[in-house]
Design a protein around this ligand. Sequence first.
Ligand code: ADP
Ligand code: 5GP
Length: 198
Amino acid sequence: MKASKRKNKPGKIFILSGPSGSGKTTLLTRLIKDKKIAKSLVKSCSVTTRPRRPGEVQGKDYFFVGRDEFRRLLKAKKILEWTRYLGYYYGTPKGPVEKLLKEGKNLGLCLDLKGASTLKKIYPRNAVTIFVLPPSIGALKARIEGRCRETNKKEITQRLRLAQKEVLAASHFDYRVLNRNLRVALQETRKIFFKEKT
Ligand code: ADP
Ligand code: 5GP
């Protein structure tokens, strides 16, 4: 499509959802690093009250805020959608999403089931929902443990318990990607992006 035509079309919203540890963030980060995709796909940075994990960067992985600040943003209607996950709040900042879509940029977000469903309702034509499936609960456990040594046993159990419920929703999504082999899963996600992008 010519650049002039693309300018008038709003961008698409690529929502990656699925259990914690299934690989949503890894897939989205790698997709954005792809030379052919980098210019047309932007990752939305969510706001969260969850503590920062070692290696996570403020303003890149998340905007880490306190509960009061999160409530203030909600009250000021600066959050497009939000959820509560294992006691912490997570939300998508509204301003950047609206601006980027208007500019015709494609957006990538990693959201829980509630967030995916809310955004699909707000943007029924523009939202593309992708459910990332882990190969097994055992693999999921190993990935959650491997990602952050500080994740305590209770939290791992809670994330896995939620995962077992979450996978039941996979059939409601536009696409499903099995993330067993990262290279294969990335290739599938890439295909979906090129098929659906503005
Ligand atoms: P999510 O964003 O869905 O919670 P992450 O992208 O943070 O999951 O991935 C969780 C962990 O699993 C990370 O340490 C990541 O490097 C690893 N991982 C992702 N995909 C694979 C894969 N296909 N095989 C093995 N490990 C993977
Ligand atoms: P984590 O603590 O593993 O980073 O995230 C927990 C869950 O919250 C994941 O399913 C993640 O995709 C989801 N999440 C992250 N940011 C947002 C957001 O802004 N909105 C919603 N609805 N879910 C989010």
